[in-house]
Design a protein around this ligand. Structure first.
Ligand code: FDA
Length: 349
């Protein structure tokens, strides 16, 4: 049972959540808040604060074990352990929807930790292969020790790419903050030269991404195009949603042109249904069949629309996150839609 009175020890977290929510809600109903969250304004203060919070080890320590936050996180995560994620993948498969599995974690500081992450994913791939699940994996390079030992990280990604191919699966490489983009793309190119079943994420909000895409296209790459989830300076990334969406569409069209020539695997990782509609219209114009490109979304977001797209013949995958290291990742999910803070507050009272 939830306590009638919120304990004093919750005070800091409540204040933070309410302040964040208040920035969005001072004079608005929840539906107005949601509309504002997707408006064309430059990055809101709430989003900026949440992205800052995602980098705070102190805040993670204060909030991680609070029951109200753990309850709220469940909306985006079937559970902290791998069996819960595999169970969700089985349920999605029954609906004709594939999945992408990712263990939460980033920026490990010791080589042994990175090796354990590699071994965990090898186990995931073995289970996916044995159960013939339509599941792929997605990894963060800093979770595999990019900051600690770049050569060992590359070797681990090669091992995972081979195991993914053996399991009939696929390895995706996430894109993290802009300071990692060069290293991520360099590593991707090395792995891609030896393995086919590996792809990388590109972020439309980065001003550099059109050039990065141009450099990757000769490799017949698999690209997951997303808007971008981190707190980047305006010199690096477009601050307004309108500019990010416009950049996304231009990049999507370039990818679709390659798909039309069977020279790329294009994945559109977004919940922006208006954007998905426009991408699909471009695909029709380019005579790219709906089954030739994919839409990937996150677990727990836009689930009815995921099913509708799958029924219309668009291959859909759901990225399922699991693990105990969910705080930074969850803060980024809140930042994407600060009105989500309301769900946290509701779990608190
Ligand atoms: P946008 O933020 O405009 O949202 C469109 C609509 O979707 C909103 O109006 C809302 O209705 C719904 N929505 C979006 N986010 C929501 C949320 N958190 N809760 C509830 N509703 C929400 N980023 C990155 O930097 N590197 C990466 O490797 C990846 N990988 C990745 C894989 C996949 C499969 C997806 C779907 C996303 C990522 N991302 C990512 C995250 C991505 O950059 C972006 O932050 C989110 O997808 C949110 O942006 P949208 O494109 O959904 O649009």
């Amino acid at each position: 049972m939830r306590p009638r009175h919120v304990r004093a020890s919750h005070r800091n977290s409540i204040i933070l959540m309410i302040q964040l929510y208040h920035h969005q809600t001072a004079d608005a109903t929840p539906s107005v808040v949601a509309a504002r969250a997707v408006s064309c304004r430059p990055m809101s203060l709430a989003r900026r604060l949440l992205l800052r919070a995602s980098r705070s080890a102190w805040l993670a320590g204060q909030l991680r074990d609070r029951a109200f936050l753990r309850r709220a996180v469940r909306r985006f995560m079937p559970g902290e352990e791998l069996p819960a994620a595999l169970g969700a993948a089985v349920e999605l498969a029954a609906l004709g929807i594939g999945s992408v599995l990712t263990q939460l974690g980033e920026q490990v500081a010791a080589r042994g930790e990175a090796a354990r992450v590699r071994d965990h994913y090898l186990d995931v791939l073995a289970q996916v292969g044995a159960r013939r699940l339509p599941a792929e994996i997605s990894v963060k390079l800093t979770h595999l020790g990019l900051d600690v030992d770049r050569a060992a990280c590359l070797a681990d990604v090669q091992v995972l790419a081979r195991a993914a191919a053996d399991a009939g699966s696929f390895l995706w490489i996430d894109m993290e903050e802009s300071r990692y983009v060069d290293a991520t793309l360099e590593l991707f190119r090395s792995v891609r030269s030896a393995h086919e079943r590996v792809g990388v994420c590109l972020q439309a909000y980065l001003r550099r991404t059109p050039a990065d895409l141009g450099a990757l296209l000769p490799f017949a790459p698999a690209i997951r195009l997303v808007k971008g989830a981190y707190n980047e300076p305006a010199t690096m990334a477009y601050p307004s949603k309108r500019d990010v969406d416009a950049a996304y569409l231009v990049l999507a069209e370039r990818l679709l042109e390659r798909v039309a020539r069977r020279e790329a695997r294009a994945v559109f990782g977004t919940h922006d249904l208006a954007l998905v509609k426009r991408v699909r219209e471009r695909a029709t114009t380019l005579r790219v069949a709906p089954g030739s490109y994919e839409v990937h979304m996150l677990y727990g977001i836009r689930s009815p629309e995921q099913r509708a797209l799958a029924r219309e013949g668009v291959p859909v995958r759901v990225l399922i996150s699991y693990g105990t290291h969910w705080f930074p990742w969850y803060m980024r999910r809140l930042a994407e839609r600060p009105a989500n803070v309301w769900f946290v507050v509701r779990n608190l009272i």
